[in-house]
Design a protein around this ligand. Structure first.
Ligand code: XMP
Length: 320
């Protein structure tokens, strides 16, 4: 009968079979729940024939790149970090359309894996693995008509796919809560299993309009303050996901005796179990007030804070 323990064992067996006795795997690792669980699953299946590659696209949250690196350098798996900020920012320069951003980022991840694979000893007889989960597949759709938004891991260019013997996505039938249960089965620590999701395209889809390094820095700072306050008040236990969005709207404000004309920052927080539908979270006003005061005082370039009170549907969780 079906238990997570049995599912885990049979998936490990199936992966060993598919990868073969000498096959190697390059895992696209973001440090999030899905790819971390997949890292543990693949480590179980093939041990040191696994190489986890973390591509830092410069659109991670504050300190996140270093945190991922220090977390994984404690694991027994081989971990490499590739700094690709310039590569991603130059490809994204001037791009405003959300789907176009997603396509560029998804493809660029693929090109980085293709370009770097050889130096990690990955041949064309080896595999690329991604932590794609079921909602990524569903929301990315099959034809253009069904697309809600293309998740970054559905966008590998054909020439990238052709570089490898195959692409492994063993979590592609699981929902988020099942991925978490699988992570626990594999012995991952609770803080890792319960991390809130962070989308592969990162801050690029939380900066409305064209992405610049300056805007990414502003949003990184604001998002860090938001998360710090939420954690401090213990509200994080009530939330499935929460983050800040840098809108492309500027409005007039007054600071001291001076006029300001700065950006509006939106705060988003939702509760959900499957991320396919979600409710906006009823964060206490006092908590929102403290966050708002800190943000306008501490983050340059922001003079107005709004709170997103739309559920999914009709909105989605991310703004792009
Ligand atoms: P939406 O915005 O579609 O998000 O309601 C649902 C969940 O998916 C995350 N998300 C992504 N995760 N790659 C990912 O790995 C992506 O391209 C992507 N887009 C959205 C989002 O953060 C939320 O948890």
């Amino acid at each position: 009968d079906w238990t997570m323990g049995n599912y885990c064992k049979s998936t490990v067996a199936r992966l060993r079979e598919e990868i073969g006795p000498r096959g190697r795997v390059l895992l696209a690792l973001s440090g999030g729940v899905d790819s971390s669980v997949l890292a543990a699953l693949l480590a179980e299946a093939i041990g040191d024939r696994l190489t986890c590659v973390f591509v830092d696209h410069g659109l991670m949250r504050k300190h996140e790149g270093d945190e991922v690196e220090s977390a994984f350098s404690k694991w027994k798996v081989r971990f490499v970090r590739v700094n690709a900020e310039e590569r991603f920012l130059s490809k994204l320069a001037g791009v405003e359309d959300p789907q176009e951003k997603r396509h560029i980022i998804g493809a660029e991840f693929g090109y980085v894996f293709r370009d770097e694979a050889e130096q990690f000893g990955i041949t064309d007889q080896d595999f690329l693995a991604q932590g794609t989960i079921y909602p990524d597949v569903i929301e990315s759709g099959k034809g253009d008509a069904d697309v809600i938004k293309s998740h970054h891991n559905r966008l590998l260019p054909p020439e990238v796919v052709a570089r490898f013997k195959g692409v492994l996505e063993p979590l592609d039938l699981l929902f988020k809560d099942e991925v978490r249960a699988l992570g626990r089965e594999l012995g991952l620590p609770e803080y890792l299993v319960m991390r809130q999701p962070f989308p592969g395209p990162g801050l690029a889809i939380r900066i409305i309009g064209a992405v610049t390094k300056e805007k990414a820095d502003t949003l990184r700072e604001a998002d860090a303050i938001y998360r710090e306050e939420i954690a401090k008040t213990g509200e994080d236990k009530n939330l499935s996901q929460y983050f800040a969005v840098l809108t492309n709207s500027r409005s007039v404000g007054v600071m001291g005796d001076g006029r300001t004309y700065d950006y509006t920052l939106a705060l988003r927080a939702v509760t959900t179990s499957d991320f396919m539908t979600a409710d906006w979270a009823r964060i206490p006003y006092e908590v929102l007030d403290k966050i708002s005061v800190r943000l306008v005082n501490e983050v340059k370039g922001i003079n107005r804070i709004v709170y997103d009170i739309t559920s999914k549907p009709p909105a989605t969780i991310e703004w792009e």
